[in-house]
Ligand binder design. Structure first.
Ligand SMILES: Nc1ncnc2c1ncn2[C@@H]1O[C@H](COP(=O)(O)OP(=O)(O)OP(=O)(O)O)[C@@H](O)[C@H]1O
Ligand SMILES: [Mg+2]
Length: 283
């Protein structure tokens, strides 16, 4: 009996947050580095199902860096990163699309469907959702920058009660072009802006943004974040992530969070409790 009342109390604790975010769009970037164990993947799916059932509108944008690198290594193709972003040759682009749009996207969709929500997987090529141009072809090849988001297709998916799961591949208007590989963090921020999301969360494989002593920084603003980039505290894959946070905030999203996808139910801890986890970046 006592245990049952605890359950009820826990639900009531979450009530203010459910009210606050009901009907709001929340973009969740599901980092490749957070998609580690089957148990964590199941918990991620449960969290999304719960958020959806209580009236929030989760939009998932996924990465897949490690899986892409693993397959490239198996195929004997070199992997190169500059400032945390992949250099995408034509050969790499084929693999990126196969892994992101094929394998990972469908795995997440199946997981969500099996847990009781109806998810639809698309890439930025579908209905021209994400349109891009090359970032710097000489240096990055087919790694692109989003020029335009056509939100209609995703708005329709949400309106019809489905959870959109988006692979960060963009289309190019040139006929026969292979399309562009987009860093998933930067895709998430552009999507959050275009869909006027309330929040954007980045699930990754660190507790959040760490300082030089490897301690978690719980709150950051744009100025402090820029300083950490300049002095090299923020490097590699964290660079596009904080850039994405800043871009989203400047584009009207209220809060950006970088949280540890390796912690059980970190999404629910962040959204439905007052304590929060990870790093919160605000204007
Ligand atoms: N100051 C910092 N604090 C925390 N992590 C940092 C910092 N600077 C660099 N990093 C690196 O950033 C990494 C997270 O970015 P990474 O691109 O590897 O993961 P992801 O974006 O979650 O996955 P994917 O790119 O596959 O979607 C961390 O594992 C860490 O090595
Ligand atoms: Mg990354």
């Amino acid at each position: 009996m006592e245990k049952n009342i605890d359950v009820v109390k826990t639900l009531l604790d979450a009530l203010p947050f459910i009210k606050k975010f009901a009907n709001e769009k929340i973009v969740i970037k599901y980092g490749g580095s957070a998609q580690t164990s089957d148990a964590l993947k199941e918990q991620f799916a449960q969290d999304i199902v719960l958020l959806h059932l209580v009236g929030m509108k989760p939009i998932i944008v996924h990465g897949g860096g490690k899986s892409i690198t693993n397959l490239l290594t198996d195929l004997g193709v070199e992997t190169k990163f500059v400032d945390g972003q992949r250099v995408t040759t034509k050969e790499v682009m084929r693999i990126v699309e196969m892994v992101l749009s094929g394998e990972i996207n469908k795995e997440i969709v199946a997981l969500l469907n099996n847990h009781g929500t109806k998810a639809i997987g698309i890439s930025g090529k579908d209905a021209n959702f994400l349109q891009a141009r090359s970032k710097d072809f000489e240096q990055f090849g087919y790694t692109g920058i989003i020029e335009h988001v056509n939100p209609e297709i995703v708005e329709n998916i949400i309106e019809d009660g489905f959870v959109p799961v988006i692979a960060p591949i963009a289309t190019c208007s040139t006929i026969g072009h292979p399309g562009f590989n987009i860093n998933a963090d930067l895709a998430a921020s552009q999507i959050a802006i275009a869909l006027q999301a309330r929040k954007v969360l980045f699930l990754t494989d660190t507790p959040g943004v760490l300082d030089k002593e490897m301690s978690l920084i719980t709150n950051l603003d744009i100025e402090k974040t820029q300083k950490l980039k300049e002095d090299g505290t923020i490097s590699g894959g964290m660079i596009p992530k904080v850039d994405a946070c800043i871009e989203a905030l400047r584009g009207g999203v209220k809060k950006a969070h970088i949280i540890d996808g390796r912690v059980e139910h970190s999404l629910l801890l962040e959204i439905l409790t007052s304590s929060g986890v990870g790093t919160c970046i605000e204007l």
